[in-house]
Ligand binder design. Structure first.
Ligand code: IMP
Length: 420
């Protein structure tokens, strides 16, 4: 099987970055095809931390080519910062980083629009990166594709047509305003710096696949943040499921042969919206602290909300992406607990739809597991895991009717085991 998609099955932050990093070693190419710099992956290699927002973390493997697909939204300033860090580290991007001209350009007025939206009646708790307004423009057919951006005459026309409208709107709402001329000049300069990476690569991926090359599709966010099937309206603005990744890459859905779903051993979410298994304050006090659990947003630094694993919700996420295998992360965060709860059903056995109205009303039914109360840090093979870890993993597989292929129990590359 030469293609695999790696998708999050909760509300993002499942630890996909580390799993992608591990699997990327065997890949020829890695594609990010939805979302933008709202995502954040932290990779620890030999004690050194790397933060990624849009560039696939696989860029750290010198043999892997990295692609940013047409389904993404691109903030040039943030992307250039990522490129700068990589260049400083001596990582070559030449003939290794490709950005689709179909992707859309995030402009400063998108962030200003988002400020107004988030001050309104239904704040989502977004990352404030301009992601939603940029996608809004793209479906309104008023956005600017990167291919248009790097063509000076097209960009000028499209930018000033949009900027006038945006400025009038922002001013009428009493929001912050902007200087179109200054932004235009700045974004022309950015386009000169990024032009070398912008190329329609979609055809070449098909050709590479025919030659048997291996590709990984790197999902951002998670199933419950999917713009259509997540906990709407508290979602992001792109399709976060496996199908969405194929569409965003400009490839047929049959291209993705396998989908690996990543779950965290408990649940988290950032921003507002329903969260059936969220900890009570008492449970929170007994759980690992935010610092110990490393539960601060990579992009915004916000404290993540935390709760127990939610099986009905994961089953839905597995169905949405056609997941056939799982990776489970952050087992080590449960090390100190003497009891671990898992939501196995919702009260009354009602299996809700997952739109916000329904999921906001459910009451979880929990099963309790005995904890292991031992550090898993030094584990090297499956048999070395305390018995209760193995029982916990077996039960998750049974409850989800899906095999676990990878277990991660720490931020470093070494704290990962392949089970099959
Ligand atoms: P947006 O994507 O910035 O529009 O934010 C919409 C919702 O998705 C908010 O609840 C964010 O906290 C959440 N979100 C967006 N990206 C991520 C991510 O990478 N991890 C976790 N949550 C995210």
């Amino acid at each position: 099987m030469n293609t695999v998609a790696v998708v999050g099955l909760q509300w993002g932050d499942e630890g996909k970055g580390k799993i992608v990093d591990l699997l990327s070693q065997e890949m020829d190419g890695v594609i990010r095809s939805q979302g933008g710099h709202n995502a954040g992956h932290t990779i620890v290699v030999e004690g050194k931390e790397y933060h990624f927002h849009l560039i696939p973390s696989a860029i750290l493997h010198s043999h892997v080519k990295c692609y940013i697909g047409g389904g993404t939204v691109v903030d040039p300033e943030s992307l250039l910062r990522e490129i700068e860090v990589l260049k400083k580290e001596g990582i070559s991007l030449n003939n290794r980083l490709f950005i689709s001209p179909y992707a859309h350009l995030i402009l400063p007025y998108h962030q200003l629009e988002e400020q107004i939206q988030e001050e309104g009646a239904t704040p989502i708790g977004t990352t404030m990166r301009g992601i939603g307004p940029c996608y809004e423009d793209s479906v309104e057919r008023a956005g600017i594709q990167l291919g248009e951006w790097i063509d000076p005459s097209v960009f000028k026309k499209r930018f000033f047509a949009n900027a006038g409208k945006k400025k009038r709107f922002l001013e009428s709402m009493g929001g912050a305003t902007f200087d179109p001329e200054a932004i235009y000049a700045k974004y022309v300069d950015f386009s000169k710096l990024l032009r070398e990476f912008i190329t329609p690569f979609e055809n070449s991926i098909d050709a590479e696949l025919k030659k048997g090359k291996k590709f990984l599709f790197e999902g951002a966010q998670g199933a419950m943040l999917d713009v259509r099937f997540g906990t709407y309206p508290f979602v992001t603005s792109s399709c976060t499921t496996s199908g969405g990744l194929a569409v965003g890459a400009g490839l047929g859905p049959q291209t993705i042969k396998k989908t690996l779903g990543v779950i965290k051993a408990y649940s988290t979410r950032v921003g507002h919206g329903p969260f059936p298994t969220e900890f009570s304050s008492e449970e929170m006090a007994r759980f690992a602290s935010h610092d110990q659990a490393r539960e601060f947003g990579t992009t915004t630094g916000r404290k993540r909300r935390m709760g127990w694993l939610d099986i009905p919700l994961l089953k839905e996420a597995i169905r949405l992406s056609g997941v056939t295998a799982l990776a489970i992360t952050k087992i080590d965060v449960l090390d100190q607990l003497n009891r671990i709860k898992v939501c196995v059903d919702y009260e009354g056995g009602a299996y809700p739809s997952f739109y916000q109205g329904d999921i906001g009303r459910v009451k979880p039914v929990y099963k309790e597991f005995e904890g292991w109360e031992k550090s898993t840090k030094e584990i090297k093979k499956l048999e070395e895991f305390p018995k209760n870890v193995r029982i916990f993993l077996n039960q998750i597989e049974t409850l989800l009717d899906c095999p676990i292929e990878l277990v991660s129990y720490g931020p470093e590359r070494e704290t990962t085991l392949r089970l099959s």
